[in-house]
Design a protein around this ligand. Sequence first.
Ligand SMILES: Cc1ncc(COP(=O)(O)O)c(C=O)c1O
Length: 396
Amino acid sequence: MYKFSDMVTKMRSSEIRKLMKMAANPDVISFSGGMPNPDLFPVELMEKIYSEIPLQVKQAGFQYCPTAGYPPLIQSLKNYLSEKGLPLEGNDLIITTGAQQSINLVTRVFVDPGDRVISEFPCFIGAAATFNSYQADMTTIPIDNEGPDPVAFEQALSMQPIAKLVYLTPFFHNPAGIIYSRERKQTVIEILCQHKMVLLEDDPYGELYFDETDKELTVPIKALAGEQFPICYAGSFSKIIGPGLRLGWLLAPSEIIEKCELAKQSMDACSSTYSQVLAHHFMQSGAMPGYLEFLRAEYKERCQIMLDAMTKYMPDTCTWTIPRGGFYIWVTLQDHMDATEILTKSLQAGAVFVIGKAFDPENRRNNCLRLAFSHTPKEKIATGIRIVADAIKNLS
Ligand SMILES: Cc1ncc(COP(=O)(O)O)c(C=O)c1O
């Protein structure tokens, strides 16, 4: 009937969105959404911070702001990123409408239809959907507990035509839950250095390490590799304040940011000034470190409850990752098993998760699934895991 564009015709509906609809029933225990539990949001803290903002600044919050972002927030973020060891010289920072928009901007700036994009398998669904929407040709590299397989990575980078973009999520990966080891991160840097490929480093979860001793593992590739190859570093407030703010940032070589800013002008002119004012004052208030400590302890506890229940209920035919931060546990089933069948059974019994295929840009592998521990009420985690485990056992 309608002559839709090629771009839209080739888009696939996100499996997560479909599942979220099914999981809307309050009796279903959901491990599907990669979002914080609402009880964890800093609502009172934000109310206090907002009430202390001068009237003129509040008024500015209802106004448009520059496409690159609300200047005071840009400054706060630059201070924060330079403390994390990220290089500011030769780079610029743009405020985006979440990391999702940063992925979209970088893809728009580099990728033409048919261009190769390299990502990990599994891959964040929102990134895969973006690459797909720009009609990229996806090549995936498997990851293990330490990061991407170096041999597969090297092979993918050597493929012809040469890839335009590499997309990696080194810290508390969505959905795999892993963090790159120090050695693997170094190997990744060495390989990228040889190929001088543009890297999009996506880091929305880096602050959510469970143990202080792991903090040093969260040093971004961009902080370690300097200017040896171009790196676009994407961060977000979604997991450290709340996704409703719709705020992220992108730190990249100035020439790239210039193009991203042009691309953003035609997308949304600017990200919510209101959110930016709030985020800036949150950062200025000095409350962020304490709030992050609270979040880390909460997610660590939720994760442990889930891991204990998995040890108790899961059949020994499946394996899973042991997260050191973030929101997710990635379960691998026997080769012949299909996560969609397990989901159907599990949903009937009252628990939902996301099937592995949703995270496969090549849409093939489905003997795996993602469990998010970030959102489920603590007291329901063990019951939900038992339901999922029973569904797996039934179909084994
Ligand atoms: C790896 C990864 N990147 C990007 C995003 C998008 O984050 P935002 O809410 O900042 O757009 C998410 C959200 O779940 C994510 O897991």
